[in-house]
Design a protein around this ligand. Sequence first.
Ligand SMILES: [Zn+2]
Length: 383
Amino acid sequence: MNRKLLYVDAIVDYRGVVASPGAVLKEGNTILAVGTPQEIGTPENAPLTQSEGIITPTFVNTHAHLDLSGRGNVPAKSSFLEWVREVVLPIRRDEEGIQNAVHAGIKLIHAGGSAIVGDIAGSIKAASTAQASARFIISYVEFLESAKELCAMQQLLQELPEAFDVSPHAPYSCGAHTYEAAFASNRKVATHVAETLEEIEYTLHKTGPIAAFEKQIGVWNEQEKPWGMHPVDIGLSAANGKPFIAAHVHYIEDRHLDMLADSLCTVAYCPRASEYFGHTNHRWQEMVDAGVRVSIGTDSLLCLDTPDRISVIDELRLLYRRDNADPRLLMKMGTTAGAIGVGVDPSLVAVAPGETAGLLLFNSMAGDPVHAIMNSTEMPVWL
Ligand SMILES: [Zn+2]
């Protein structure tokens, strides 16, 4: 029996402050009891550790690219497409480096306080490496149709091991049949949606920089008609009521607020990656107010300002500082909203009796514990 009793200054999860002072009785990955030290007392066979600190659950990262963790941080380029061409494509061609990059990514995710990750895997090899190395990784194997053979998606799905999920890359790189096949597969689906204004121009009219880029890299298809739709409409109509993760969603029209709220879509907002690519005024707060489930992703290490970690906590702190966000809402976005988004039981990221995906201990600071977590610049330790 490996029981542990922890007394701390406070316990915080998606509900805000659960107990202050707080006590947790756990055994392995199971929380047996949570409350104040007075309520929990000192059960037998449970050595007591008393810490100054705040316990939270592990955080959920709903949009990462572990296989892009090999190069560290990279300065931003003048355009997204230039970045894809000069930074991402060479990494994708380096088959050898993929395993090392995924292993590095998992370490960095762990250092950043997340145990549950929605990972966009650029290859089956990347997905297999990730799945073999960590417990709660949801591997969305990415499909870019501009790699292009029309039946390639169906073929990929047939060959794809059951444990893997799927990610049609984006409405500008995948066509209707690719999205249909992805949703018909009954696997979990994640996709990039409305990441750039160029994408909207391309899906509506098939013109602009993405069209030029396709011609340049030799994947332009003259016969193929434009979608004639906004990327959010493409995602929602392809999903047809099924759940999926829509990463970024930088540009929406007002009508999309209710449409997203009425759907089972979870938005994976990646605040630092968004700033890195020069996007401003993300409507995440309006989305939340309208009832949209907004979760937090980090995107790849390439876009981050933290070489030593890939952390949802850094993203939440940015929203707290920059957007004056309610820290309780941030706790929810960083934990249970994300768990629902990637299709994992949200109770795994609550500090409540039952199985836990992991617990973290933050250093205590003065004042309200939820604000203290967001005000701090320190990373927590794992319990
Ligand atoms: Zn991404």
